[in-house]
Every structure is written in C-alpha cells, then in structure tokens.
Design a protein around this ligand. Structure first.
Ligand code: B12
Length: 475
C-alpha cells in the first residue's frame, strides 16, 4: 500500500521534539513492504497547503496521523492542541477519500475523545509500530478492523475499542532512522536532542499520571548492549545529543545501571541526558556510572519535598529519599533539573512552603528548579476519581479533552503562584511554566545553538534569566 504518515506536532516549547513514535511507525510500515511517505509539520509554514500538495503527489491508500500533545499541561496559560488538528483533517478529507488512522501519545491518553473530535476512521492505542502494520494488512485485504488488538474504530457511527495488546510482541527498536524521515539539522539547530528509549512501561502508581495508559505497567527492557550500539550509531551519524525518553530512566535500577555501564564501555561521542529520573533508585554508584557513560544533564522528578503531598500523589517515596537525592547530587558534578508539582491532593500552604524551603536550601545554584502549579486531570486516572469525590470535577470524561486542572481545596492557586514567583525573584535558577512558554524561547534556542551551546538549555537558566532581566524583560 501507499502510506502517508503525518507528524502533526508543531509545538516548539521548550524546544521542538523529534517525532520518535511517528518515525518508528513509518519504519515498521516500510519494513513490512509498504511504500511510505512522511510529512513532518514541525517547521512547515502552511501545514494545510503542504498536506494537500503531499497527498496529491503521493496519492496514499491510507494516512497515519501522529498526534503527540493534547495540551501543554499549563493551568495558567493552557494551550489546547486538538483544535489545531481540525483544519488539517479538513484538508485531508477534501483531498482524498483514503482512511485516516490516528496514533501518538495524545491518542493513548484520550482515544475515543480524540477520534470523535476529529471524526477519523480509526485510532491505535499504545505501540503503533506493532499494530499499525497489522491494521494496514486488514485495510489492504478489505477486512473489517474488528478484534484487532489496540485499535479503536467506527462501526456504523459507534466507536468500538478492541482491548490493547496484553503482551506486545514488540522487539523494541530504541531509535528509528531519523535522517530518513525528518530534517535532523533543523531540529538540532533549535537545541533538540535525539530521543531514544531504553525500555517501555512504568510500574509507579502516581495518581495523575498517564504513562501506564501509553506504555503499560509491565517493563519491556531493551538489551543494554543494544542501547549502547544504537547510541554509538546515532552519534556517528551526527546525533551528538541523545535524550533518554523512558517514563522513568532509573527504574528498574539494575537495568539502568547496566545501560550506563554499556554506554561507558562503548566508543561513542554522544552527550547524554534524561529528564526522567526518580529519587527512589538514585545513589552515588548510579551517578558515577552516568557520568562515565557521558551524561551531561539529568532531571529528578520529585514533585514535592513534603510527606503528605508525596503520599497524596502516591509517588512511592518519601521526603527522606528527596533529601537523600539532594545529598547525592551535591557529591557529583552532573547538572540537575528538579521538577516540582504544586497543588496535588494533600497540599496546604505549609506543604508548599516546605517544598520551596527545600528547593532554596538544598539545591545547588548551578542546578534548576522547575515549578508547575495545578495538575492536569486525565480521565481514567486516580486523580480524576479523587477530584470527583472531592466535588472538584463534574465534567463528563468526554468533556475533559478541553484542559481541566486539579488544585488541592486546602490551598489557593493564586497564592501558590505568588509564592513561586517570590522564590524565583530570589533564585535565578528557579523557573515556572511561564519560563518554558516564554515567547523568546525558540529564538533563544536558535541563538544558543549558533553560539555553540548544546542541549540541555536549562543548564544556562541563571545566565539567560539574568540576561533577559538586564534588558528589562520579564523572566
Ligand atoms: C520524554 C517526554 C518529554 C520530553 C521529550 C524529549 C525528547 N527529546 O523527545 C520533554 C520533557 C521535552 C517533553 C515535553 C513535553 N511533553 Co512530554 N513526554 C515525554 C514522555 C515521557 C515520553 C515521550 C516519548 O518519546 N515516548 C517514546 C515514543 C516512542 O513514544 P510515542 O512518541 O508516543 O510513539 C508511540 C505511540 O504513541 C504510537 N504512535 C506515535 N505516532 C503514531 C502514528 C500512528 C499513525 C500510529 C498508528 C501510532 C503512533 O506508536 C509509537 C511507538 O510505539 C511522554 C509520556 C510517555 N510515557 O509517553 C510525555 C508526553 C508525551 N508529554 C506530554 C506533554 C503534554 C508534553 C509538553 C506539552 C509539556 C509537558 N508539561 O510535559 C511538552 C511538549 C514538547 C513539544 N515540543 O511538543 C504528554 C502528551 C499528551 C498530553 N497529555 O497532552 C505526555 C504523554 C505526558 C502526559 N503528561 O500525559 N516530554
């Protein structure tokens, strides 16, 4: 079949991200013998026009539409991306009668809602590289999609979901052939690092999280030696910056250690990073091995330094692990970005102050604290149940595509935002969601790259904020 994959993500905040999943799906379809064309809308000026001309040129028998983000998870300045898909769908429908199949993280999080909003023909939940080719086979043989695991389809106007793959027969390919599908230099010039997965799945139970909906809760681990080979191959072909995009990089601990050891032995020249570390499986041995492996930055998702909140969020660790993680970080050189999420179940003014006090006292000045206030509620999460029980959420799941946020009834959002802003005034290494959505960020990425900076940009936060303030800008 002639297949066109369209990656629809155009979001450049905090940096453009390479469409790893869409490229994997395209690679799998090509390997299965289909003739695959790829359209990446990230840097396109007129997406509607380019979609029309691409369809006219390659006359696809099926179109795969990859949708990454539903929204930006920002309560203060929410950006809702699904409405941007409507004109794209209209352009497709007015140019071809071929079926449109949706896929991507946004679909795994709210499949029926997005399928309905865009009136697509079918959607794939979870591992697209396995399911999409099976779906293409069915389309080619003009067979119905009934019973095809992980597929949502319309049956006489009714959306039907076939249960997801229970044990996907995936041989995880941690990195597709990016250069074949996307404009890699354009991404690099905006400080984008190349995504690589060392595993799929997440066993944590955080109340707000969607990761288990996307990747499942069973780990599927890639052979550490294979990860190192892939990194070495990517680095040799110009991908100098690699970002490990696992749900949690350092869990299971033994696997992440083995990955780091393989990387330390491998003759690669890549600069490595991952923003997805957990304080539970975090010690000096891991950090030493990460440094030897070539890491230049890491992120610790602690969310809070206060026990009632960590319990309310079901993080699976306590403030003891958070404080211990800070001690470990201080004994090493590796730059660290700390992620905090304020306003979850159990949050009060005291717990907010405890967390901010921790950040002010325990973080090194060269590290970064990123504060988000308010938590996006997704249907099917424990947070949805808590919000309904507390009477904070009345919208039906079908109406939750439009962003809806949780804020603990024991503390006001405005007060938390002010507290964070005050702390940011005292600490140039602290940032909030406004910083990540700063209108100058794409330009800063480009200029930074031109000046020789390399990802992750957050390592330069203090200097960028100070520079912007010196020229009278709000930062
Ligand atoms: C790592 C990560 C980041 C990193 C990305 C680094 C990088 N270099 O890529 C950073 C920290 C920068 C980031 C930023 C953001 N992220 Co993020 N991120 C992730 C994370 C943990 C992994 C993403 C990933 O690469 N997965 C691996 C690849 C292989 O999976 P995939 O792309 O989803 O593809 C698979 C399927 O989706 C499917 N598929 C994909 N395309 C297609 C197409 C077709 C046709 C088919 C059939 C199937 C299919 O098959 C693929 C292979 O199995 C996910 C959560 C998760 N566990 O998925 C959140 C996630 C994707 N992020 C999310 C969001 C919201 C964001 C941000 C908007 C802000 C924020 N607060 O995090 C920004 C947006 C950035 C941008 N410019 O678009 C959401 C998106 C959905 C939503 N809720 O709106 C997720 C799901 C987390 C969440 N909160 O729910 N993110």
């Amino acid at each position: 079949m002639k297949v066109l994959i369209i990656s629809t993500n155009r979001n450049k905040f905090p940096a453009p991200v390479m469409p790893v999943g869409a490229c994997m799906v395209a690679g799998a379809a090509a390997a299965a013998g289909h003739s695959v064309s790829f359209l990446d809308l990230m840097f396109e000026k007129d997406p509607v026009a380019v979609i029309r001309s691409m369809i006219e040129r390659c006359r696809p028998d099926a179109i795969g539409l990859s949708i990454r983000n539903i929204d930006n998870n920002d309560m203060r300045n929410p950006v809702f991306f699904i409405p941007e898909m409507v004109p794209l769908m209209r352009a497709i429908r007015s140019t071809t009668a071929s079926p449109v199949i949706l896929g991507g993280a946004a679909i795994s999080v709210m499949p029926a809602e997005v399928l309905t909003a865009l009136a697509a023909d079918a959607a794939v939940v979870g591992d697209g590289e396995v399911v999409f080719t099976k779906l293409l086979d069915r389309l080619e043989q003009r067979k119905p999609l009934d019973g095809l695991e992980g597929v949502l389809h319309r049956d006489h106007g009714v959306v039907r979901m076939n249960p997801c793959l229970s044990s996907p027969e995936t041989d995880i390919c941690p990195a597709p052939d990016y250069r074949h599908w996307v404009n890699v230099p354009a991404y690099r010039s905006q400080l984008s690092a190349t995504p690589v997965q060392t595993k799929q799945g997440c066993q944590f139970q955080c109340v707000y999280c969607t990761y288990r909906m996307i990747e499942g809760s069973d780990y599927r681990l890639t052979d550490p030696a294979r990860v190192a080979d892939v990194v070495a191959r990517l680095a040799a072909s110009g991908h100098a910056d690699i970002d490990f995009v696992d749900s949690v990089f350092n869990a299971p601990y033994d696997h992440s250690m083995a990955v780091c050891e393989s990387l330390a032995r491998a003759p690669h020249q890549a600069r490595l990073q991952s923003l997805e570390l957990n304080p539970l499986h975090f010690d000096d041995t891991l950090l030493l091995t990460m440094e030897r492996a070539g890491f230049v930055g890491m992120g610790l998702t602690v969310e809070s330094a206060s026990d009632p909140v960590l319990r309310g969020l079901r993080k699976g660790f306590t403030s003891r692990e958070v404080h211990r993680a800070a001690e470990v970080v201080r004994r090493h050189q590796l730059p660290c970005a700390w992620m905090f999420l304020l306003g979850g179940p159990g949050e009060t003014r005291e717990t907010v102050q405890e967390t901010i006090r921790f950040a002010e006292r325990s973080l090194r000045k060269q590290d970064v604290a990123f504060f988000t206030v308010g938590i996006r509620i997704y249907p099917g999460t424990e947070l949805e149940r808590i919000a309904r029980k507390q009477g904070l959420l009345t919208r039906a799941p079908a109406e939750m595509l439009d962003p809806v946020f949780y804020v603990s009834p024991e503390v006001e959002a405005g007060w938390m935002i002010n507290e964070v802003n005050r702390s940011m005034g005292r600490n140039m290494n602290f940032i909030n969601a406004d910083t990540l959505n700063h209108s100058l960020l794409p330009a800063i990425n480009r200029i930074g790259y031109g000046l020789g900076l390399r990802p992750p940009l957050w390592r330069y936060t203090r200097f960028i904020r100070q520079g912007l303030r010196m020229v009278g800008m709000d930062a």
